[in-house]
Design a protein around this ligand. Structure first.
Ligand SMILES: [Zn+2]
Length: 92
């Protein structure tokens, strides 16, 4: 069975030019920085420091990797804190 969507897959960029990109969140870097991928042409965007969307260049990819690491280590530390403080309460 052939559908018209097969044709669209061959000309994703033209499709996006005509109908606009169909972005989906591909990664949550931090609570306010995300990476997006267009379902049609696979173009990638990310949130920059101003909170606007910008093309996901190798530089931004690197920045996001660092942000993610910092963000994760922070949330890990918060979790540890929560565990420690709850164990203090148990002992009291
Ligand atoms: Zn697109």
């Amino acid at each position: 069975m052939k559908t018209t969507s097969n044709k669209v897959a061959l000309i994703p960029k033209m499709y996006c030019t005509l109908f606009g990109h169909d972005y989906q969140v591909s990664k949550n870097v931090t609570s306010h920085v995300r990476e997006y991928t267009c379902k049609t042409c696979k173009k990638e965007l990310t949130t920059n420091s101003n909170g606007n969307l910008t093309e996901l260049t190798p530089t931004f990819r690197e920045i996001n990797a660092i942000l993610e690491r910092v963000y994760n280590s922070k949330t890990e530390r918060l979790k540890e804190k929560a565990i420690n403080s709850s164990s203090i309460y148990q002992h009291v």
